[in-house]
Write a protein that binds this ligand. Structure first.
Ligand code: PBG
Length: 331
């Protein structure tokens, strides 16, 4: 008698009912990817008319400022409203001086994009590794380690030139302590109270940045970034980094990379009300592209599933090299 009751109960509950048609599935879908939250990264080089493909990132190219402005127009036409700029300068030295040059690559591209398309949100990645001849993210001390406070001063100086060029959001990706507060104060002191800060709060020392470093020519000449980027084993520490950045004035916090860190995204989402961004990095992009080119996976379905997983884990903003492609298919 008891057994029979149990069977009746089981049959009364049929989750498959809600999967029985497309309309039904659409009606009960829990998560959507917000096109307004997608950010397309762009690699900027000097010169004009340059579009130089990056072999480790099929479909991604380094562009000069004029080409980036055209690209921004194309992005806008498919519904992408924000770009993230990375500068790859012609000239590198020990103190990243081409980064705070008012006519540097990021500053020039920002002005070009804003002139062509004032409503495009320009986010500028703020770091020194693309600008130093040693490839580390800041100024080195005698032992070859990155000196925190001197590097923060350098970041502040560069951030002001970015703001002056018209950048809407500064995104420090260096992982120096105290940089968010220092940048916020300097921006406010100079009247840039509306320039937002999207902090790479929990940025892990990850092998997934490999293709980016090839693209940006920013592989450290010696050593690695483990004395400033986070240990992949640590999740609680991510929360601590996030809270520090919020205390210092961050407007948006970010977790990077994405795929192998979705537990961190979920934990941060559950503790924080600020907009949360996730960075689907170069190695994650390259893995999908390589497998798709071999015919081993269906790229479009994989990309849709990945972006959905970022949103489901709690990300509001998704930085991804797939942004344009995704918007083209879903706009
Ligand atoms: C700069 C920076 C890196 C990335 C974003 N900003 C490289 C690094 O930290 O070595 C990686 C982005 C990607 O892999 O797509 N510090």
């Amino acid at each position: 008698m008891q057994l029979q009751d149990k069977r009746v109960l089981t049959l009364m509950t049929r989750p498959r009912r809600l999967r029985s048609s497309g309309a039904m599935r659409d009606m009960v879908r829990e998560t959507q990817v917000n096109l307004g939250g997608l950010i397309q990264p762009l690699f900027i080089v000097a010169g004009t008319g340059v579009r130089d493909p990056i072999s480790s990132m099929p479909g991604v190219a380094r562009m000069s400022a004029d080409v980036a402005a055209l690209e921004a127009k194309e992005l806008a036409s498919v519904g992408i409203r924000a770009v993230l700029l990375f500068g790859i300068p012609d000239f590198k030295d020990a103190t990243a001086s081409s980064n705070y040059d008012p006519h540097g690559v990021v500053q020039t591209a920002t002005r070009a994009i804003k002139a062509a398309l004032p409503q495009m949100l320009v986010v500028a990645d703020l770091c020194n590794c693309e600008y130093t001849d040693h490839g580390h993210c800041g100024i080195l001390d005698a032992r070859g380690d990155v000196e925190n406070d001197a590097t923060v001063e350098l970041l502040v100086r560069t951030a002001l030139t970015y703001a002056q060029a018209g950048v809407d959001v500064i995104a420090p990706s260096d992982m120096m302590d105290g940089r968010v507060g220092a940048i916020r104060r300097a921006l406010d002191d100079d009247g840039y109270t509306n320039v937002a800060i999207m902090a790479y709060s929990a940025k892990y020392a990850s092998a997934f940045y490999g293709p980016f470093r090839e693209a940006a020519d920013s592989t450290p000449a010696f050593g690695d970034r483990r004395s400033y980027q986070m240990d992949p084993a640590n999740a609680r520490e991510a929360l601590r980094e996030v809270f520090l950045d919020i205390d210092e004035g961050a407007d948006i916090v970010m977790i990077k990379p994405a795929l192998a860190y979705l537990d961190v995204v979920r934990t941060v989402r559950d503790h924080v009300e600020l907009p949360l961004a996730v960075y689907n990095v170069s190695g994650e992009y390259a893995m999908v592209k390589a497998a798709a080119q071999n015919g081993w996976i269906d790229e479009e379905r994989i990309v849709d599933e990945l972006l959905l997983s970022f949103a489901r884990a709690g990300a509001d903003i998704i930085i991804t090299y797939f942004a344009k492609d995704y918007a083209q298919r879903h706009g």
